[in-house]
Design a protein around this ligand. Structure first.
Ligand code: MOS
Length: 754
């Protein structure tokens, strides 16, 4: 990374010699705002051709005819790749060796299983020629009626949901508890099909040099992408070099390499030239994942004193006709509220869409919106304030498993957020507040939760005789600030200032940093960095403590500590030696070690590990037109150790905006007859713009977690959307007295309650 960027320092942390905790600005910020950051599609290797996808306008059936001759005759068109001439693959793209290997459409036959599926790839001298060639293909189809929507196919119970959880789980007797309850809430909530819509489309520049493949493409999972390509192409992974220094957002859609990206590689193979392939925005609505619609039924039982006695949460979701990702929406009810009886279950339908994929808090975003709405309904049924109701039902242990929490500062989140928001002044009944313009004003809240996950990562650390350090891991910065936060961890791990460390990330040639997903990247890659640093320091310490010429001679390795480029005796008797002196005396230019990051299975089986938060929302609703504006959003979050408060705040702000978006904006509208998305563009697929984003306030609540990992990191990437979506919905109820159960909330829902 460029070293010319000035970083913001917190003097208190500097005095302690710690990079962790400093609010550094993002290391790639200047490169991005000056246009010097090179995204995948910015690459133009010599001799490069342009590939354009021809995609299906039907959702189910087969391609009966393509006018390949017309496309090939078009000036500038070099080749048309169809099932007839697509280079051979070593693996069937429909084979599935493990749950996170998704079936892909790589022109393996003439079948069509969703709209916008690739049916041919046109390769030409220019983007324009390729685009025109694709139009000349003029496909004809044999069409079958598509199955679209949650009632379109036979429901079935998936064998597993999410990361391998059973589809149904229960503890206690929900039916008996509901039977005895003083208050019962039963409600059904519907959430729409959504698309990730990262700003940067999926793009690839692929170049073959003999049997070496070089790729520029955005990915949240370099090693997984490399492994998937190696399997499909039948070649050793180390001959595939993937560069992914910058992502213009991912939100899960770049977690697994997609079919179109691999078609770019095959196109380059076919023509023997480098090829660039960039998805058009509408082509993102099909082959690169989405969030399924959901229909969720909540039944809550509450005793006369406001104690929850039963939570029953059922979710219907959809998956594609040919693969099996299911969003585990009901599992949000496992851990949030104490209840003697909890049951969660899922069923699914197979529909003619692309396969859904993890997207911005998969499960928790969808499920917590329904749960938090139902909790609000239950508080109202008991005549209780929603915060008091949540505190009455605070879970001191994880109710579904009985495990203690590794840490849980949710109570502090509730109180600090409430104070900041002014919650105590909230009238209990809805429709009580108006602003000076006569708009109805409502206040609502939601609880935020996301599991503290870890995957597996490796890092390589080097200390050099000149006193500098190197840390290498194939980490991914999709805009979240990973390069900055991980470099800070690297600085501490090596006992150096962050500016003395060269942090290398973003290519598949580096050790595998694990997927940047599940809000687990900082913890996973961070622990690999931490352990690689500890290992290299231990090697250095061994050189010093076993050498009579060192002032540290005789201290064992555990008896030294590293900071500011020196090793000190831990008993702090004043003796120390610089890294440079130790290496020089040993006659070494550098010393190197590796380390791994992974979850601790013993801690995981003992403790429930989640980040938490509380979000408070104020909305204003036009009493005549039903128009909704979010005017204030306050979120208080506890997520273990905060590596960089500036990046974390930014992550949480973004997540809270996703919450606004979930509740009020995002919806892919499907045409049930054609199976096409009617609003497959950023004009009609609504996401919040600046004018939609209210005053936002983020509080990070101190939380020390000794169990999640040695660094105490829980992750903040996705939790912001949870809680926020429900808070906005509950505020709309409080403003209007109309309970939103269909999302996104539209103004006609408020004018004609249904
Ligand atoms: Mo996240 S949906 O795991 O990128």
């Amino acid at each position: 990374m460029s070293s010319e960027i000035s970083l913001t320092r917190d003097p208190a942390h500097l005095r302690q010699g710690s990079n962790i905790g400093q609010p550094l600005t993002r290391r790639d910020g200047v490169l991005k705002v000056t246009g010097r950051a090179r995204y995948a599609a910015d690459n133009h290797p010599p001799g490069m051709l342009y590939a354009v996808l021809a995609t299906s306008s039907i959702a189910r059936g087969r391609v009966a005819f393509l006018n390949v001759a017309a496309a090939k005759a078009h000036p500038g068109v070099v080749e048309v790749m169809t099932p007839a001439n697509r280079p051979p693959l070593a693996d069937d793209p429909d084979a599935k060796a493990h749950p996170f290997m998704f079936r892909l459409d790589l022109l393996q036959n003439d079948g069509v299983r969703y709209a916008q599926q690739t049916i041919a790839v046109v390769i030409a001298q220019t983007l324009e020629a390729a685009t025109e060639g694709a139009a000349l293909l003029a496909p004809r189809y044999d069409v079958l009626p598509p199955r679209i929507g949650l009632d379109a196919g036979e429901p079935f119970v998936p064998p597993a949901v999410g990361v391998g959880n059973p589809a149904s789980e229960r503890h206690g007797d929900v039916e008996a508890a509901l039977g005895h309850a003083a208050h019962r809430v039963e409600a059904t909530y519907e959430t729409p099909l959504q698309y990730h819509n990262a700003m940067e489309p999926h793009a690839i520049v692929a170049a073959w040099d003999g049997d070496i493949l070089s790729i520029d493409t955005p990915t949240q999972g370099l090693a997984m992408a490399q492994g998937r390509l190696a399997g499909l192409l039948g070649m050793p992974p180390d001959r595939i070099h993937i560069r992914s220094p910058f992502l213009g957002g991912g939100f899960g859609s770049k977690g697994l390499i997609s079919g179109p990206q691999i078609l770019g590689v095959l196109a380059a193979r076919l023509v023997g030239r480098p090829v660039k392939l960039v998805l058009r925005r509408d082509q993102m609505y099909g082959p690169v994942g989405h969030r399924s619609a959901s229909r969720q039924r909540l039944r809550l039982g509450v005793a006369a004193d406001g104690t929850l006695t039963a939570i029953d949460h059922h979710a219907r979701i959809a998956s594609s006709s040919f693969d099996d990702f299911y969003e585990p929406a009901a599992n949000a009810s496992h851990s949030l509220y104490a209840s003697a009886a909890i049951a969660t279950s899922h069923d699914a339908v197979r529909v003619d869409t692309g396969t859904p994929l993890f997207m911005r808090a998969p499960g928790e975003a969808t499920g917590s919106l329904a749960l938090e709405s139902a909790i609000d309904e239950a508080a109202h049924a008991c005549g209780m304030d929603p915060l008091a109701f949540r505190l009455r039902n605070y879970a001191d242990i994880e109710p579904m498993t009985g495990k203690p929490f590794s840490s849980k500062a949710l109570r502090e989140c509730y109180t600090q957020g409430a104070e900041r928001f002014g919650w105590a002044r909230r009238p209990l009944a809805p429709r009580q507040m108006r602003d000076e313009a006569g708009f109805l004003v409502g206040w609502g809240m939601g609880t935020a939760t996301f599991p503290a996950l870890m995957f597996a990562a490796e890092a390589r650390a080097v200390l050099r005789r000149d006193g500098s350090g190197v840390m290498e891991t194939g980490a991914h910065d999709m805009g979240q600030g990973a390069w900055t936060a991980l470099a800070q961890i690297a600085g501490d791990a090596l006992g150096l200032d962050v500016d003395a460390v060269t942090f290398q990330a973003g290519t598949s040639d580096l050790p595998d940093a694990g997927i940047a997903g599940g809000s687990a990247h900082t913890a996973t890659a961070g622990m690999a960095i931490h352990n690689a640093g500890a290992a290299v320091i231990a090697k250095l310490a061994a050189l010093a403590t076993t050498d009579r010429r060192s002032p540290l001679f005789g201290a064992d390795n555990a008896g030294v500590t590293a900071r500011n480029g020196r090793l000190f005796r831990r008993d702090d008797d004043g003796r120390s030696e610089s890294y440079g002196d130790i290496l020089a005396r040993a006659g070494l230019a550098e010393v190197e070690a590796r380390g791994n990051g992974a979850a601790d299975p013993a801690a995981q089986s003992t403790y429930a590990m989640h980040a938490h938060g509380a979000v408070y929302a104020e909305v204003k609703v036009d009493p005549d037109l039903g128009q909704i504006r979010v005017s204030r959003l306050v979120g208080a979050f506890a997520a273990g150790r905060i590596i960089n408060p500036r990046m974390v705040r930014s992550q949480l702000l973004g997540g809270m905006i996703w919450g606004v978006s979930f509740t009020l904006h995002e919806e892919a509208v499907m045409d049930r007859r054609s199976g096409r998305t009617l609003n497959a563009n950023l004009a009609e697929y609504h996401v919040p713009v600046n004018a939609d984003v209210p005053s936002l306030d983020v509080v990070t609540v101190d939380e020390h977690d000794p169990h999640v990992n040695a660094l105490g990191i829980k992750g903040v990437g996705e939790i912001g959307v949870t809680g926020s979506a429900g808070a906005v919905a509950n505020a709309v109820w409080h403003a209007t007295g109309v309970r939103p159960r269909h999302f996104p909330i539209r103004l006609d829902h408020l004018l004609t309650p249904h």
